[in-house]
Ligand binder design. Structure first.
Ligand code: NDP
Length: 293
């Protein structure tokens, strides 16, 4: 069994990005600039944005955070987005979700110029990705693809079972893995809460991707010998054994499933660590105008 190590891969990718930034600087170019819009004081969002800023600094990007109180109006946010869309100094920007209830997340997402949509949530980027055109791919599916690529995992002709059909994980990754070329060419089955006989289906998976939000849902009897298992789930569970009183569990019962696998991701330390790296990759692509020219 080989561990798909998100820490090692994310460090590798960051070193490669930092090298590219150095080259841009040497040639007298502008360093990539990522802006994050943060509304309110949600703890999770604050942490995520702080990690983004730290990662930007590590690779030599310019990073700006625009903060707004949670009383900010939708009109004001749309106005700010328009300014960022038209600011040539900004290569890419994200609006940290969730937003307060009075603001339409869909309206905000659609207001972002797809050329600067480094989160890859704009319908144009989602649509382009779906038909295999160059697009900004959102962080979690891109992180999974990065792991498959870096560990040179064979995907062609494999049966990939995806548990979960959310717009941010299950749907995009099932789409990407069914596209032509590497890493793709899979035969993909997508399962959700209405699917019957899930264990019967998962036992036929060469590659099993689990994104349910159900702690330790996948047990050893649900996994084929030699399967590749990618656990996207992050579940915060109460625990007396930790100082914080919480522990993180994936959607896969790691201890009993791991011995059956050829490759498996740990939680934490797997897919999650690659999400910020994906954002950095997209920002570099935006600065180099790789997707839209
Ligand atoms: P959602 O809640 O949006 O989607 C969950 C999906 O799982 C739905 O399609 C749902 O089916 C399906 N589902 C839930 N329970 C069952 C069940 N018992 N049997 C069958 N299907 C079920 O979750 P997300 O996709 O946003 O996230 C999934 C997990 O991944 C979470 O733990 C989340 O924290 C984690 N995550 C991790 C990330 C990372 O960076 N590693 C990034 C994003 C998410 P239906 O559609 O029918 O309701």
């Amino acid at each position: 069994m080989i561990l798909l190590d998100g820490k090692i891969i994310s460090e590798q990718v960051k070193v490669e990005i930092a090298q590219e930034v150095e080259n841009i600087k040497k040639q007298g170019g502008k360093v990539p600039h990522l802006v994050a819009i943060l509304v309110g004081h949600d703890g999770g969002s604050e942490t995520y944005v702080a990690n983004k800023e730290k990662s930007c600094t590590q690779v030599g990007f310019k990073s700006t955070v625009l903060r707004f109180e949670d009383t900010v109006t939708e009109a004001k946010l749309l106005y700010e987005i328009n300014l960022l869309n038209n600011n040539p100094d900004v290569d890419g920007f994200i609006v940290q979700m969730p937003l307060p209830k009075h603001i339409s997340e869909q309206k905000i997402t659609e207001a972002i110029d797809p050329k600067k949509d480094v989160d890859g949530f704009h319908p144009l980027n989602v649509g382009r990705m779906t038909i295999g055109m160059p697009a900004y791919i959102s962080a979690t599916p891109d992180g999974i693809i990065e792991l498959l690529r870096r560990y040179k995992i064979e995907t062609s002709g494999k049966h990939c079972v995806v548990l979960g059909r959310s717009n941010i994980v299950g749907r995009p990754i099932s789409n990407l893995l069914s596209l032509k070329g590497y890493p793709g060419d899979c035969t993909v089955t997508v399962c959700h809460s209405r699917t019957k006989n899930i264990p019967e289906i998962t036992r036929t998976a060469d590659i099993l991707i689990v994104a349910l939000g159900q702690a330790e849902y996948v047990t050893a009897d649900m996994v084929k010998e030699g399967a590749v298992v990618i656990d996207v789930g992050i579940n915060r569970i109460k625990s007396d054994a930790t100082k914080s009183g919480w522990k993180l569990l994936g959607d896969v019962k790691f201890d009993e499933v791991a011995p059956k696998c050829s490759y498996i991701t740990p939680v934490p330390g797997g897919v999650g660590l690659l999400t910020i790296v994906s954002l950095l990759k997209n920002t570099l692509k935006a600065a180099k105008k790789e997707i839209y020219g």
